[in-house]
Design a protein around this ligand. Structure first.
Ligand SMILES: Cc1ncc(COP(=O)(O)O)c(C=O)c1O
Length: 451
């Protein structure tokens, strides 16, 4: 019944609907800890936290109940001209957790809206302070920053942009920090590579004209392409460059915040100070939708006097139920020391995944915290990747289904070179890492045999 209705009425996101013409639509009906269960009762290890969301794991009654209580007390009121207690409490709590002077919280309902809100803020801020020419935004190749029209202009994935052209003007691309595929003149030297990649941002600013550039958007660890951590010194250099040209540094932490890297914010792990942090996903662990941006006091300053108003708002942003849920989610982080768990166990996670390096198809294992990408290659020695046809057969024709059938939810992705992405709940430990490794080993071995 559910199957038929799903096929008739439900349009899945970023999904080839034709692929379910013959097969079943997977229907996930409940979750418990790091596991979810489908309609047939089969159990899966949620190695992706849904979609980089479920930091505290599934089935937490106290978090769900916090939402229900709030719904009975005050289900909805807007943040347009009014405040409500949970938004105030959450804003204060986030400001306390955030680095430096990021004390102003502007809520949204999603990551795309957070990314887009930060761009709108940057544009209006520069107009108010007398630098009206600044509207461009620099971001990195293959980086994903969301799908709404503004966010899409910042996203660096040509294939998902092309159908929607012309896009919002102003998106400029620079190289990412994929060290495995570093240009030969900096290959093998992380520091030189990081310096080069950061300096490419300066070159882009100069090429575009510094007076036209508003912001640089970077994830602490770039997700799309398969987890590119920053090389040593990269963010420090980027910060210097942004300061030199008066450009805002936006740390897009929609994935990396809330413990994914063992800190509340990725910027804290890598020791840099952004002007804006965008967040979503893990702030509620998915028990209700919420996003937002944390903004430095300095950027708010022109908006606190006279008639100045940030001309932007979203009906459901900072929804009371979502804010109550976020507060309860952060309580779980504290009670269970989830950041401590990630920091204590991340070396074990890395070591377990690195065992897969003995497979001929595994080219690179990279990431930090509980956030890893495994790059698949055709030839390990030369790092040769798969052509489009092989990639299609490997990822869509085999791996995605085989991993799911084997009981592991992760992501086989070819938005850059083919990778498998992992981002388990922060409650996971060695037994879950072993389970992930064993399933991957078995499925990747079969994949190699089929090539
Ligand atoms: C870094 C980053 N920014 C923005 C977004 C967009 O978030 P949302 O899907 O909530 O709009 C995502 C989503 O995965 C993301 O990873």
């Amino acid at each position: 019944m559910t199957q038929d209705r799903a096929k008739q009425n439900l349009w899945l996101h970023f999904t080839r609907m034709s692929s379910y013409a013959r097969g079943e639509v997977p229907v996930i009906v409940r979750g418990s800890g790091p596991y979810v269960f489908d309609q047939n009762g089969k159990r899966y290890l949620d190695g992706l936290s849904g979609l980089f969301v479920s930091q505290i794991g599934h089935g937490r009654r106290e978090v769900a109940e916090a939402g229900a209580r709030q719904g009975s007390e005050l289900a909805y009121f807007p943040l347009w001209s009014y405040a409500h207690p949970r938004a105030v409490e959450l804003a204060q709590r986030l400001a306390d957790l955030a680095p430096g002077d990021l004390n102003q919280v502007f809520f949204t309902t999603s990551g795309s809206e957070a990314v887009e809100s930060a761009w709108k803020l940057a544009k209006q801020y520069f107009k108010i302070i007398g630098e009206p020419g600044r509207y461009k935004v620099i971001s990195r190749d293959i980086a994903y920053h969301g799908t709404s029209m503004g966010a899409l202009a910042i996203t660096g994935l040509p294939a998902i942009k092309e159908p929607f052209e012309p896009l919002t003007p102003g998106g400029v691309r620079v190289p990412n920090t994929n060290f495995y595929r570093a240009p030969s003149f900096v290959a093998g030297d992380q520091t030189a590579f990081g310096r080069w990649a950061a300096d490419e941002i300066e070159r882009a600013i100069l090429r575009e004209g510094p007076a036209s550039v508003a912001a640089v958007y970077l994830e602490p660890v770039q997700n799309s392409g398969g987890c590119f951590p920053p090389p040593p010194g990269y963010f420090q250099r980027v910060r210097e460059i942004c300061d030199r040209y008066g450009v805002l540094l936006v740390s897009d932490e929609v994935i990396c915040a809330f413990g994914r890297l063992g800190h509340y914010f990725g910027a804290q792990r890598y020791g840099y100070q952004p002007d804006i942090i965008t967040f979503a996903k893990g702030v509620t662990s998915g028990y209700a939708p919420l996003g937002g941006m944390l903004v430095s006091d300095r950027l708010m300053e022109p908006f606190v006097e006279g008639t100045a108003t940030f001309l932007h708002g979203i009906t459901f942003a900072g929804h009371p139920v979502s804010c109550a849920v976020a507060l309860a989610n952060l309580d779980v982080f504290e009670k269970e020391d989830l950041l401590g768990n990630v920091r204590a166990q991340e070396a074990g996670f890395r070591a377990t995944l690195e065992k897969l390096g003995d497979l001929p198809i595994v080219g690179d294992v990279r990431g930090d915290g509980y956030f890893y990408g495994i790059e698949l290659v055709k030839d390990k020695a030369t790092r040769q990747t798969f052509n489009d046809d092989e990639s299609e057969r490997l990822l869509r024709g085999f791996l995605s289904t085989a991993l799911f059938d084997a009981g592991l939810i992760c992501r086989a992705d070819d938005r850059g070179d083919p990778v498998i992405q992992l981002s388990p709940p922060l409650t996971c430990g060695q037994e879950h890492f072993d389970e992930i490794e064993q399933i991957l080993r078995s499925v990747l071995t079969q994949a190699w045999a089929r090539l």
